[in-house]
Ligand binder design. Structure first.
Ligand code: ADP
Length: 363
């Protein structure tokens, strides 16, 4: 993809249902030689971004994901990855106005539903025009760009028969990726069939996604953030909440190859008062995580079967710090496909849409 950078530095923006993802390209050897007002804007923003890792209550720069010496539009630079809650877009705009951000780029390439919803606010408050791009197209372009610029971006989980010992193993996705399926687990879920960088279609999806996990977890446990929900899930035992095959059969249902520890009915034990009083909030959080993850894994596998695809790539911020879900998806894809399918994961999880938007920046 040929990219021409009109004004530097520049941003790619993905305004999703839960999180805003902002990718910032900082050119190497940046000469600050504009007029006085521009200097203030450029220096202030650069300083602000790089001297903080957390911004307000929900904003964060994912330092572990930063990429050095990336070539974009013929220029070398560093990529920084920032996210914050979509609920605070208003505050973000006021802060950007304070930092005089519009002196850097009067046009910003943006994707996600919020690029439409907040277009007017960007124009009115910042004087910045959002140039809108399709979010699924941006995700695919972002995936290919990051995979070609970053070693060890793609990985899978090994030792799936013993998940405690399972570890990440790098996978060379560039070798022969097509065709493959992308499962983007954001607030909701979109599933894409990818035949080439420019030929892909949305083949399925589900509204039961990361937003459902977090929403129901907040309702059931009183937690108030994704990280809190995940820490609770880590301590919980979902078998106290879910009805397993062995709870019904007393063991395996061998005729159809269903092991005793397979979930037969998610939350199935919660119909009974006695069981309800025996579960903790952590157990409920764990069961919610397992329920949502298994459902997505099952839809993803059916899509892969229908399209005769072996590799399924899982992305989206639901997977952020979410080892339990990743291992479970890897296990489920392997187990139910009898080892014919592979679940792949990408280190930059939820940022591909924003990267794809950044790549669209042209003069
Ligand atoms: P969207 O574009 O719909 O916002 P994302 O790929 O950003 O989708 O994923 C959003 C999901 O990621 C949330 O529904 C939640 O499950 C999870 N998540 C991970 N980190 C956070 C966070 N800091 N705040 C809110 N949700 C988070």
């Amino acid at each position: 993809i040929v990219v021409f950078l009109a004004r530097l530095p520049c941003f790619g923006l993905d305004i999703g249902g839960s999180l805003v993802k902002l990718v910032y390209f900082e050119p190497c050897n940046l000469q600050i030689n504009r007029n006085g007002q521009d200097k203030v804007g450029l220096e202030a923003i650069q300083d602000f971004i790089k001297s903080n890792v957390n911004y307000g209550e929900t904003g964060a720069r994912d330092e572990r994901l930063a990429m050095e010496n990336v070539v974009l539009g013929g220029r070398k630079g560093h990529l920084h990855f920032i996210r914050f809650s979509t609920d605070v877009v208003g505050k973000f705009l006021l802060l950007a106005e304070e930092l005089n951000a519009s002196v850097l780029n009067d046009k910003v390439c943006a994707t996600g539903g919020g690029a439409f919803k907040f277009e007017k606010d960007f124009k009115e408050i910042l004087g910045v025009q959002l140039v809108k791009y399709d979010e699924l197209e941006c995700i695919i372009h972002g995936i290919h760009f990051i995979n070609s610029s970053c070693v060890n971006e793609c990985y899978y989980w090994n030792n799936l028969h013993c998940l405690e010992k399972s570890e990440k193993v790098p996978y060379n996705f560039d070798l022969n990726p097509y065709p493959y399926i992308v499962v983007n687990i954001g607030s909701g879920v979109s599933i894409l069939f990818v035949e080439s960088a420019e030929k892909f279609s949305r083949i399925s999806g589900t509204s039961l996604g990361g937003g459902t996990f977090l929403g129901l977890c907040c309702l059931l446990t009183g937690c108030s953030s994704f990280d809190e929900a995940l820490s609770m899930a880590e301590e919980g035992d979902s078998t106290k909440v879910d009805k397993l095959v062995r709870d019904i059969y007393g063991g395996d249902y061998s005729k159809f190859g269903l092991q005793g520890d397979t979930v037969a009915s998610s939350f199935g034990k919660m119909c009974c008062e006695q069981n309800r009083s025996a579960v903790s909030k952590n157990d409920l959080a764990r069961a919610m995580l397992i329920t949502i993850t298994n459902n997505i894994g099952s839809i993803a596998r059916m899509c892969a079967v229908n399209h005769k695809v072996e590799c399924v790539v899982f992305v989206g911020n639901f997977l952020r710090c979410n080892t339990i879900a990743m291992k479970l998806l890897a296990y489920a894809m392997d187990y139910w496909s009898k080892g014919t399918m592979k679940a792949l994961f990408l280190t930059h999880e939820g940022y591909f849409g924003a990267v794809g938007a950044l790549l669209e920046l042209k003069t």
